[in-house]
Structure formats: structure tokens, C-alpha cells
Design a protein around this ligand. Sequence first.
Ligand code: NHW
Length: 398
Amino acid sequence: KVQESLSLDQRHKFWETQPVGQFKDIGNSALPEGPIEPSTPLSEVKQEPYNLPNLYEWVTCDIHDEQMCDEIYTLLANNYVEDDENMFRFNYSKEFLRWALQPPGYFTSWHIGVRVKTSKKMVAFITGVPARIRVRDEVVSMAEINFLCVHKKLRTKRLAPVMIKEVTRRVHLENIWQAAYTAGVILPTPVSTCQYWHRSLNPKKLIDVGFSRLGARMTMSRTIKLYKLPESTVTPGFRKMEIHDVPAVTRLIRNYLSHFIVAPDFDENDVEHWLLPRENVVDSYLVESPETHEVTDFCSFYTLPSSILGNPNYSNLKAAYSFYNVSTATPLLQLMNDALIVAKQKDFDVFNALDVMQNETFLKELKFGPGDGKLHYYLYNYRVRQALKSSELGLVLL
Ligand code: NHW
């Protein structure tokens, strides 16, 4: 709380110049919901890239190129998001990055790197991918912005604002004027603030690496027993999603997401891309009724390991992140317990979930514990009248 009110007083030299909700406007109900500034004719969009400091150059990243993918992977593996105590750092895999960056209709021009001119070393990165996001009744074409990263040695030199302006320019060139993004830091102005919850699957390792601590009055063996899960799933008809399920899953998800204020507008192509299982990237399961063969329930999670920094015994934390889940016939609690069981079978150490959608209804009961980090959701050039509850969000970004 203290930190939040402090940061509301801070000046944001860059963000104050951008069409985003400003802190001074919080609570001003006279401002209309929707675009903050109108789109302009494409001919008025700046045609040349923004200037970088002289030593650096822009590079458009072809993620199909194995060497390019390696360079991006390495930049992120060494310089991307860490927890507050610098014990863990996200370690997105190359397969994951290819998946995240190539949804239907993606633009290579939105995958932007910065190199040192002389050595060609990759030192910064930012990406966008196209998405249709519904805000209340309006489906808006947006860019989802992610993987903003500046090499540790080049921090606090105001490179990030140039990266953001350049991706904005390239998004505008595709006649798209809004964006969605999430961050752990507070910027002007969150549309919603969520919390991560963590469900231990391998409590001994999580405690050994400092991810979690032994609870009060708990021993290691009692803790292991507490988090023990059945060997196999319990719901009849629970199985992996397959390609022929795409139409049924699309119907199920579209109907479910219609209940939230901000949610993606998925069509069958999106569902095939985002939800069809990909080894070590995304897992999806559904319940096919043994009687009617109807698909009644769906759950999914993505694979995002973290590097464990400076631990002598372990170097990688295998984490599953809850993605989209829909229950109509199987109680959500039971469905998610089955998701935990398959994640355990696949040797994940922890299952993470945000308190978005209806997740609050199962988190405590399934022994998730609250994390210390918050995740803030943002929209660029789109005002919402007042901040949303996390349960009103139907959107999960990677
Ligand atoms: S959030 C993950 C962001 N990445 C990391 O945390 C990795 C580790 N950190 C870094 O690499 C998911 C650097 O610290 C970064 C900042 C690069 C974060 N979002 O260059 P300066 C995403 O990728 C503002 C937005 O000196 P730096 C989402 C900061 O408030 N702004 O800082 C990305 C300040 O502005 P202010 C952020 O530490 C969404 C300015 O940057 C930010 O060397 C991007 C300082 O720049 C963040 N996470 O580099 C926005 N972190 O006004 C997309 C700091 O306060 C917007 N800043 O003075 C939409 C664009 C498309 C629109 C289309 C129409």
C-alpha cells in the first residue's frame, strides 16, 4: 500500500506524454470510455524509425531464423524479468518464443531488436502481436506488447521509451491504434491489478531453492503430505485436446469469455494456435462427456521455467501457468485439481495462477498460496471508466 501511493506521486516523464489513463484523471467520471486519441491517416504516421543513440541500430527479428532466435533467447535468459529478491529469472524457451510471437496474422515488423552497430550484439528487444480484445461491447484490434527487455548494462538510459515509441509506430503502420500489456511495475494507469498464486507440486525443491518456506508448525514430511496429489486424474472423459476439438473448444471458450469485461475475441484459428497442445509450451485438456460426447469443460496451462540464480543444487524451476479454463459440467475445483494432477505427472515444480476470471473460487481450496508480486494490466490509447476487479478480466498474457 505504501509503495503504491508513493508511486502515484511520482512523475513519469515518458508516460505523461502518452495516450494512456493518467493518474490525475483517476476517478474523473466525466471522461468517456474508449480511445483516448483518434487514429490518424496512415500517411501521417512517421515513416522512418525513431533515432537510437549512435552506437546502436534497429533490427527486425525473423524468429524463424535459428541464429536470431538464439540471440533473442540469450538476451532474455540473461536480462529479462527477475523477482524482487533476484533469486529467479524467467527462462522462456525458444519454442515458447516462436509460439508467443507467431499467432495468426502476426507481423514480423513488430519483433524488434536493438544491436550494437560494431559487434552486432543484441542488447534490447520488444515485441507486439495482433489480437482482437473485447472491452465491454467493443471488439478492438490491438497489439499485445511483451518481452520488453534492455540489457542489464544499458539500464536507466531511457532506451525503453524509444523502444516503446518504435513499436507503437510500427503498430500504427498496420492501422492498429490500441494495445494491451501487463507489467509488475505500476505505470499510468492500471485497468486492473491481479495477484499471482502458487500451488506447490514439489514442495521440497521449492523450499530448498527459497521459492517457498516451511509453514509455521510444519515439518518437511507434513508439507510433502499436504501437497500430495492422486496419481491419475479423476474426471471421466478427461483427455488431451486434439485438433478435431478446435470447433467445440472455440464455442466453449467464446461463451465463457463473454462473461468478462476485458477478454480476447478468439476465433477457431486463434484457439488452434493458442490452445492446441504443443510439447513443453502449452498443455490443454478437456472433458468429453462419456455419454453425449459433448465437450463440456476445458483447462490449459503454459510452460514457463525460471532460472534459479546462485543455487548450488538446482538451476531451473519448472513452472506451469494457468491459461484459460472453462467449466460447465465438471465443478471448476475438480477440473483444476485434475490440471494439477497432470502438471505433477509432467514433473512441474509449481502451478501458478492469477486471480483473474473465476480463479478465486478454487485457489484457496486447492492449496494455492498468495505470491508477493502483483501483476498490473494496461491498455494503451483506451480509457476504461474505473479500474476493474481482477475477476472481471478474461485475459491472460504470456
Ligand atoms: S513487463 C516486463 C518488462 N521487462 C522487464 O522487466 C525486464 C527487465 N527490465 C528491463 O529490461 C512485460 C528494463 O528495466 C526495462 C526498462 C526495459 C523494463 N513497461 O530505459 P529506461 C512487457 O514487456 C518505463 C512500460 O531508462 P530501463 C510489457 C519507466 O516507467 N514502461 O528504463 C511492456 C520510465 O518511464 P517514465 C516501463 O529500466 C509494455 C522509462 O521506462 C516498464 O533501462 C511496454 C524508463 O526507461 C515496463 N515494464 O528499461 C509498453 N519498465 O515515464 C507498451 C519501465 O516512468 C505500450 N518503464 O519516466 C504500448 C505500445 C504499443 C502501442 C500500439 C498502439
